[in-house]
Design a protein around this ligand. Structure first.
Ligand SMILES: Nc1ncnc2c1ncn2[C@@H]1O[C@H](COP(=O)(O)OP(=O)(O)OP(=O)(O)O)[C@@H](O)[C@H]1O
Ligand SMILES: [Mg+2]
Length: 485
């Protein structure tokens, strides 16, 4: 492996229109993202979404508009630092524009291009049929609007294999139709969008799963860890030297090999400025005047009510993320839609493994919330209507944890031990009320940090459950302090 001979950074032309994803990995927006296109590949947990998040932050930093197609609800945290509009299909409480339906897709696409907005298009709350129907119209209109306005915009599509799979499983007619149309416009954007100024970035788990016609449009490739022989074979065809196969299999999260920019080389994608993923507790609203104006204009155009995301710029910049994350999250997991509900196996006795971390309790609580939301999503969210919220406590000792399980059982919950992301957790379900809770505990700063992620079929039920669980923890663990909701 060589280190940038003919190098990535040397290819970059203009300073202002470059994004930096890693030390020495600078990409020119026009030359690399618009003219050539980029793919981010890698197995579950290898760092694809993180890399897309870094890219979005960099684009926001240089003022280059972008649209992220976010199937999992992972990118709203960009608002912690940047004036990015969050629009959601269905009701997503943190979105600025929520309640979108497929019939809004065209108008939304036109307005985004006309106003030069950067947008997270959050589709996590919709069914697959709705997502695809929306995207089909959105991509067609986006392509048309770019053709008309020629205002460069980078389209980032995470989980792109779900929109344009190479070979799909048999589907209901309504899904198959919508997917055909979405994949058609997706291909059109990838293949010819550059003529209208559309930059194209796709993140995909398995190169063998996404439409070959689309993947081959992306000349720059950021390859995170991959182990599947079929995927590696596919990449050999696309220029990955065979002798690097073992290297790709052994990459750590965030590490990658870059192809399509001179000689292959390794990089470590830099740290994000905003938090990563969907589990971070919400912070204060942003007050970015232009963005607020854009939200109102967009809401007017779409005939929807304008809200303002609860996610926004904190009053003070958050402290940088720790050098080494308190995880590891070793086991690759499937996305919620694919994951069977086996993630959490039933065992008779409730046990929590309480590991020790040398991090502030706040950081550990954040990690807990993300672990539970991301890794146990299908258990916690049995229906798309379910709402969730994290709740963290500082407990004086571990003993309280087993008492808490007993207390839950007494109150009609069915607690059981489970695993998520390599950690022992407790899941408890209150069948009668449709409530769910996931719990994980760790030691930090000499005390036990306990985090609960509670979900309920609607907001009022969630509020009530949170209050009850807070009281239960405090009664079972005298001296417990509630850190935050
Ligand atoms: N560049 C990085 N720096 C630090 N940590 C990282 C980096 N990339 C990934 N990680 C860690 O790896 C975890 C998984 O990354 P990410 O969510 O991006 O995986 P993914 O490839 O998108 O997985 P999936 O296919 O399940 O969506 C992150 O939560 C983060 O802790
Ligand atoms: Mg991801």
């Amino acid at each position: 492996m060589t280190d940038t001979p003919g190098g990535v950074s040397r290819e970059s032309a203009s300073e202002e229109l470059c994004v930096e994803l890693a030390e020495g990995l600078r990409l020119d927006v026009k030359k690399h993202l618009i003219d050539r296109g980029m793919s981010v590949l890698g197995m579950r947990g290898s760092g694809k979404s993180y890399t897309c998040g870094v890219l979005a932050e960099e684009l926001a930093r240089i003022g280059q508009p972008f649209v992220i197609i976010d199937l999992m609800g992972e990118y709203y945290t960009l608002r912690e630092r940047f004036p990015v509009l969050i629009a959601s299909l269905g009701e997503q409480e943190y979105a600025d524009i929520r309640g979108l339906r497929p019939e809004h897709a065209r108008e939304l696409a036109h307005k985004i291009v006309e106003l030069g907005l950067s947008v997270v298009l959050d589709l996590a709350r919709a069914t697959m049929a709705e997502k695809l129907a929306f995207l089909a119209d959105f991509l067609e209109a986006f392509y048309g609007a770019e053709e008309e306005h020629r205002r460069p915009c980078v389209l980032i599509v995470d989980e792109a294999h779900r929109i344009a799979p190479e070979r799909g499983l048999p589907k209901l007619d309504v899904i198959a139709e919508a997917q055909k149309k979405a994949a058609y416009w997706f291909y059109e954007v990838a293949a010819t969008g550059r003529h209208h100024g559309i930059g194209f970035v796709v993140a995909v788990r398995r190169p063998a799963e996404i439409s070959k016609a689309i993947l081959t449009q992306a000349e720059v490739k950021i390859i995170h860890k991959l182990v599947d022989p079929t995927d590696l074979k596919r990449l050999f065809e696309e220029g990955l030297p065979r002798e690097l196969a073992d290297f790709v299999r052994a990459l750590e999260p965030g590490e990658a090999i870059v192809l399509g920019l001179g000689e292959p080389r390794t990089v470590k994608i830099k740290q994000r400025l905003c938090s990563h993923g969907g589990g971070t507790p919400l912070v204060k609203p942003a007050e970015t005047p232009d963005l607020l104006e854009a939200i109102r204009a967009l809401a007017r155009a779409l005939g929807l009510e304008a809200g303002v995301s609860e996610v926004g710029l904190p009053e003070e910049a958050p402290p940088p993320a720790p050098e080494r994350a308190p995880e590891p999250i070793p086991a690759p997991v499937q996305a919620p839609e694919e994951r069977p509900s086996e993630v959490l196996a039933e065992v008779p006795a409730v046990e929590l493994d309480v590991r020790e971390f040398d991090y502030p309790a706040e950081v550990v609580a954040d990690y807990h919330a993300r672990l539970l939301i991301y890794r146990a999503m299908d258990e916690l969210m049995p229906t798309p209507a379910h709402r969730y919220q994290a709740l963290s406590f500082l407990l004086p000792s571990e003993e309280a944890l087993s008492k808490l399980a007993l207390g839950l059982a007494r109150e009609g919950w069915g607690p059981r031990s489970a695993r998520a992301g390599g950690r022992g957790v407790t899941m408890a379900i209150h069948e009668a009320r449709g409530l769910r809770v996931g719990m994980v505990a760790s030691k930090a700063e000499g005390r036990v940090v306990l985090t609960l992620v509670v979900s309920a079929p609607e907001l009022r039920a969630l509020e009530r459950a949170l209050k009850e669980l807070e009281e239960l923890v405090i009664s079972m663990a005298p001296g417990a302090e509630c850190m935050r909701r």
